[in-house]
Write a protein of this length. Structure first.
Length: 129
């Protein structure tokens, strides 16, 4: 993968897509944008961003990404609500990875809330393969 290309596969360079969100220069405007930026944070190993965007009521104590996982593809399956005027949203996605034990995918239906103008990941129903 081209290192300048954003891992979320938006087609934009990282510096114009998820990079500014990771750096805290802008905030996600929709639940889907937050989900894509969180996927990219897993792909680039940005645990700080994952912590900042995970709702405190469900955030785990350890957010260290697995260094052996290489995330390489994201497919957004469905988005329900989660727009600029919503306070709740749902995004279903499938993320693909490579691991020394073999390739796999993560299928999740994620829930998001917007509090004080900021989208946060709450939790998700996971079907890992």
């Amino acid at each position: 993968m081209d290192p300048s290309r954003c891992p979320c596969l938006s087609g934009l360079p990282y510096a114009e897509c998820c990079g500014p969100l990771h750096a805290g220069r802008v905030a996600a405007g929709t639940a889907e944008q937050l989900m894509r930026s969180r996927y990219s944070a897993f792909a680039v190993g940005d645990a700080d961003y994952l912590g900042r965007t995970w709702h405190p009521s469900t955030r785990p104590a350890d957010l260290t990404p697995d260094p052996d996982l290489r995330w390489y593809r994201l497919d957004v399956v469905m988005t329900r609500a989660g727009g600029p005027t919503d306070d709740h949203g749902v995004v279903e996605f499938r993320a693909f990875y490579r691991h020394p034990d073999g390739p796999g995918s993560l299928h999740e239906v994620s829930r998001f809330v917007r509090e004080r103008g900021a989208w946060l990941y709450v939790d998700g129903a996971v079907d890992g393969r």
